[in-house]
Every structure is written in C-alpha cells, then in structure tokens.
Design a protein around this ligand. Structure first.
Ligand code: UD1
Length: 367
C-alpha cells in the first residue's frame, strides 16, 4: 500500500477516487484550491481518513510540502469547461499546463514511483468515422462555416456520408478547443517526464463522466449536470445543434476504479487508456432519460446553434483498458439516473445555464 497525493482531490472525480483508494487501503492526501466556481464557497466534505492540503497548482512551495511522504500522484486538478476555455484562455492554460509543469518540477525534489494523469477524450477531436464499406477514417473535421449553416454531421472529403464509430487510443489527437489543447499538453508533459526520470506514467483519457456530486451550479461542468440544474429549476434543458451528437457517459465510480487500477497495475506503466462505458448516447436521449427520471414533462429546447469548440461525435473503444487493466464498467447511464436524481433533489441548485449561454453568445461562441 502507498500514500497517494490526489490533486483536485476535492472535486467531483477526486472525491470518488479518494474513496476508492482509501477503501483499498491506500493512504490519501488531497491537494485542492477549492475554487468558488466549483465549490461555491462551501467547506468540502472530506472522505474519512483523507488529509487535505489547500493550495493552487501554481504554488510550488505548497505542492512540494504536499508531496512530502507520498509515493504516487493522481493528477486531476484542472479547469474543465470546453466553452469557457475559448475565452478564459490564460486561466485554462495557467491552471492546466503551467499547473502541471509546476507539479512536475516539484516532483524533481520529491520523486514518486507512479503518476496517473487525467486526460480527456477531447484530445481526439472528432472520433473515428466509418465509410459505407466499413473503412475507418480519422482526421475528420467539421468546418465552422458548414456547421453554422446547420450541416451538423461531418462528411468525407468527397461528400460521402459517414457513420460514427468507436474510437480507440490509436486515433491521432486533433485538438478542437483550448481545453483539449491544455489536456493534451498536460498528458504529454506527464508522459515525457515519466520517460526522462524513470517515473511510471499513465494517462487516462476520460469520456463524459457523470454521477452524484457533479458541480450542478457550474454551467461548464458537462451536459448532464446542465440538464439536471435546468430541470430542477423548472426550465427546459438547452440543446445545442440538433441534439443528435453522441457522447459516451461513464459513471464516476467506474472512473474511480479505473484510476485505482491504473495506479496499481504494473503493466500500465507508460500507457494511455480510454476510460468510457463503451456505449454511445445522443444528447437528446440524455435529456429525455433525465427528464423521465426526474418525473418532469419539460421537453428540451433544441436551439440549432453551434457552440464553438464542440465536436460532433466521440465514444470509446475500451478494449485496451479491459485487457490491460481488467477494467469493466458496471454502472450504465440508464440504470444510474435514479441515484443521480435522488442526489439532485437534495441539492440547492442555482441554474446558471442562461448565464453561460449569454457569456458565449456575447463572444459569438454560440451562433
Ligand atoms: C466533456 C467535458 C470535458 C471532458 C470531456 C470528456 C465539460 C464541460 N466538458 O466534454 O471536461 O474532458 O467531456 O470527459 O464537462 N450540450 C448541450 N447543452 C448543454 C451543454 C452541452 O446541448 O447545456 C451539448 C454540447 O454542445 C456537446 C455535448 O452536449 O455537443 C456535450 O457537451 P459537454 O458535456 O459540455 O462537453 P464535452 O465536449 O462532451
């Protein structure tokens, strides 16, 4: 067993990773800045047995102190909004990339055995697409001008329609947002550092993580939380594009287990893994499943607008995580919404969806 430092340890994913690691007998120290956008000024509820060091990712002294006595790191601290990253560029690059750089320098003074970094499916840009004969295409992109005129689905260069297909780790990254760029830099920095200093580095490319504990009042926290806070406030969920874009929703407890497996599995060193459910859902399907689970008859508003930086389709092929980590998702979206909704009902929800839309529209990032 070991002592692990979890950066971003008070966040939605961090708290679940902490529970999972504690349950399996690891000692856990959390490092978190407890920013207001996520925590709303509230004191965090720490998992039993975890210690907390409060600090910013760019505070080298605090980080060095936090690393003292740790033999591994799970690096989750990051700003996470795709839309927001398109105008708070310096903040995203600072927190995600400079923050990781400061952590890696701190690790020079406090070497650890292993570091597991949370990367993102957003590094892929569009996922794989299949041509009618089944051949896979990568490097598919949507041109903003086409998308703005309502041609939502990418097509082959000769105009042939394409079918979205599961994406595996061999797909080359294609960065479509500042957020994706920062996550890719974060992932690469950790892997490069690992090779250079003989630290076992592992990157997990997370797909759309959901579950109780998401920051509901943070409008940049992901589509399911956005929809839940709209519905809980008696407002219709807002859907960008036509609602047929597809994502892979993976439960936060499955993700927490994936982090533990990535931390413990000897053969994971030097590897990167997709962590998703392996299932694809359209955004409209998600709005409908959630409304049904909440007993709401509010139908979503399909805006037909495009949010800059958004990709159309990406869902995971998780074969590599299955075979190398022994990872098997246990909690499907449709079976887990009851628990999610019970949790939403106990929360004070401030819906900031309209505010997010206004911020993005003012900057012409939704059009
Ligand atoms: C999300 C996460 C990102 C994470 C990635 C993989 C957010 C903001 N982004 O990216 O941090 O790395 O998954 O886990 O959590 N949509 C609506 N209405 C809304 C909000 C979103 O229609 O109110 C649509 C978007 O236009 C998009 C889809 O839902 O097509 C998913 O959006 P979202 O959950 O915000 O982000 P991802 O790009 O999937």
């Amino acid at each position: 067993m070991s002592k692990v430092l979890i950066t971003g340890g008070c966040g939605f994913i961090g708290r679940h990773v902490a529970d999972e690691m504690l349950e399996k007998g690891h000692e856990v120290r959390l490092y978190d800045a407890l920013i207001d956008q996520v925590h709303g000024g509230a004191a965090p509820q720490l998992p039993d047995g975890a210690e907390l060091v409060r600090g910013d990712m760019q505070d080298a002294d605090r980080l060095r102190a936090a690393l003292d006595g740790c033999d591994g790191v799970i690096h989750l601290a990051a700003e996470v909004g795709v839309g927001q990253s398109m105008y708070e560029i310096a903040r995203y690059v600072g927190a995600n990339d400079l923050g990781t750089a400061v952590l890696l320098e701190a690790l020079l003074a406090h070497p650890v055995r292993r570091i597991v970094v949370a990367s993102s499916m957003s590094v892929y840009g569009e996922g794989y697409y299949a041509l009618p004969d089944g051949a896979l295409l990568e490097g598919v992109r949507r041109r903003p001008a086409e998308v703005r005129s309502g041609n939502w689905n990418p097509v082959a260069p000769d105009g042939t329609p394409l079918r979205p297909a599961p994406t595996d780790e061999r797909k080359r990254p294609d960065l479509a947002s500042i957020y994706a760029l920062t996550k890719y830099a974060q992932e690469r920095a950790v892997m490069i550092f690992g090779e250079a200093y003989d630290v076992e580095a592992v990157a997990l490319r997370l797909f759309n993580v959901f579950g109780a504990g998401q920051a509901l009042s943070n409008p940049y926290t992901g589509v399911l939380a956005n929809f839940a806070s709209r519905l809980a406030s008696g407002e219709r969920p807002t859907i960008f594009e036509d609602g047929q874009q597809r994502r892979d929703f993976v439960h936060v407890r499955d993700v927490a287990r994936a982090f533990r497996l990535a931390y413990e599995t000897p053969d994971a060193a030097g590897e990167l893994f997709n962590i998703g459910s392996g299932n694809a859902y359209t955004v409209t399907q998600v709005a409908e499943l959630l409304a049904a689970a909440m007993g709401s008859d509010l139908s979503p508003e399909i805006t037909g607008k495009y949010r800059a930086g958004d990709i159309r389709n990406c869902f995971a092929d998780i074969g590599k995580a299955r075979s190398l980590l022994g990872f098997e998702p246990r909690e499907r979206l449709e079976d887990s919404l009851g628990e999610f909704v019970d949790w939403v009902r106990g929360e004070v929800v401030i819906d900031r969806g309209a505010e997010m839309r206004r911020h993005l529209e003012q900057r012409r990032l939704v059009s």
